[in-house]
Design a protein. Structure first.
Length: 371
């Protein structure tokens, strides 16, 4: 019985995102028909473009960034903490890491390691402020992380303009940090004439494995999940809620600090005011679709990267690229609804199974009162 229920739970969990994607495709097809475009043609254009070898490399590079952002968010979600500040954390981390990396000269492995450690430390410290406000003053991490985002953006602009920008000349007026020397950059895993595959992919795999091991195979992970599922029961069992909040926010912020590393150490090689934004909010969507699990988040990151990258070809074919935004939004809403339906179905199955087991053991009989 238990094996059958577990199999049903797995099948239901897998069916939820698949149904959501199919539903999103159907709704998007209706929108395309209304706008005068043939849905099958649009999907074929996206698929043909996204499956070209060069575009697969681009999608993998983009999905790596989405995945790291999703893991940063998922760590908080596992404890019912909503770290909405990943955007500010990774941008401030990338900025200060770029400032440090551009002003030091070390051998390659050490140079890269220093930049990564600085990014993780800055991300953890910035997220830790929200943790302190939550544990010390009871301030919701949602509000504090949103406010910290705006503070981070303003702080970056001020420091970059007044203290940390590279010297400019008539030929180069770009406001940016000093470029990071080659010894501080990520090497390519796969060389391509147009775009190389970033070795950040290895970093993302390592982070995903560590995320799984820490959350599902350690005492800390058990305490984290227990605190998220039932804070009162966790407190009674000796788990300190405030300590778990701080540790979780610090860990989430440290991973958030890695989000900008692909762009910084592989593409831009410096931080400027055009550094990619909103990756934190994309990470929230990826984490939700992936159910805060490293494997699910990986698949969701690939899906989102494929959709967002395929939008580039739609404009060239006179197809409204906004259809990708519609599909993305519908997928997120559909997955959230589907997962809630699955949760209720599983809960009902477990209740029925418990009732059947009780009847089989005769526990449902009325107690016989003594005469």
């Amino acid at each position: 019985m238990k094996g059958r229920i577990d199999l049903q739970k797995v099948l239901l969990a897998l069916a939820a995102p698949v149904i959501a994607v199919i539903f999103a495709a159907l709704v998007s097809s209706v929108v395309l028909l209304i706008s005068g475009d043939a849905p099958l043609h649009v999907f074929k254009v996206m698929l043909d473009f996204g499956t070209q070898p060069q575009q697969i490399v681009n999608i993998l590079n983009r999905s790596t960034t989405y995945y790291l952002s999703a893991v940063a968010v998922a760590i908080g979600f596992r404890m019912n903490l909503f770290n909405i500040g990943v955007d500010g954390q990774y941008r401030l981390a990338a900025f200060l890491a770029a400032a440090v990396g551009g002003n030091i000269h070390l051998p390659r492995p050490l140079h890269v390691l220093v930049i990564i450690l600085v990014a993780m430390l800055v991300g953890a410290m910035w997220a830790g402020i929200a943790g302190l406000l939550r544990t010390g003053r009871g301030v919701s991490e949602v509000i504090s992380t949103i406010m910290l985002n705006f503070i981070a953006f303003g702080l970056i602009a001020y420091l970059l303009e007044n203290y940390l920008k590279k010297p400019t000349n008539a030929a180069d007026l770009t406001t940016a940090t000093r470029p990071i020397p080659p010894s501080g950059l990520f090497p390519a895993l796969l060389h391509n004439p147009i775009q190389n595959l970033s070795s950040t992919l290895i970093l993302a795999v390592v982070v995903g494995v560590l995320f799984y091991v820490v959350v599902w195979r350690t005492r800390f992970g058990f305490d984290l999940r227990a605190s998220g599922l039932n804070p009162d029961a966790a407190r009674v069992s000796g788990i300190s809620p405030n300590a778990m909040v701080m540790r979780t926010m610090l860990l989430s912020g440290a991973i958030a600090g890695l989000v900008g590393m692909t762009e910084l150490l592989f593409n831009a090689r410096a931080y400027n005011l055009d550094f990619p934004a909103d990756l934190g909010f994309t990470g929230i969507a990826v984490a939700l679709v992936g159910r805060n699990h490293p494997a699910g988040a990986a698949l969701a990151a690939l899906l989102f990267a494929f959709l967002n990258h395929s939008a580039l070809i739609l404009d060239l074919n006179n197809i409204p690229k906004e259809i990708v935004q519609i599909m993305t939004g519908i997928i997120i809403l559909s997955v959230v609804i589907a997962y809630e339906v699955v949760r209720r179905l599983v809960q009902a199955q477990e209740t029925r199974a418990a009732a059947e087991k009780a009847r089989a053991m005769g526990l449902d009989r009325e107690p016989v009162s003594a005469a």
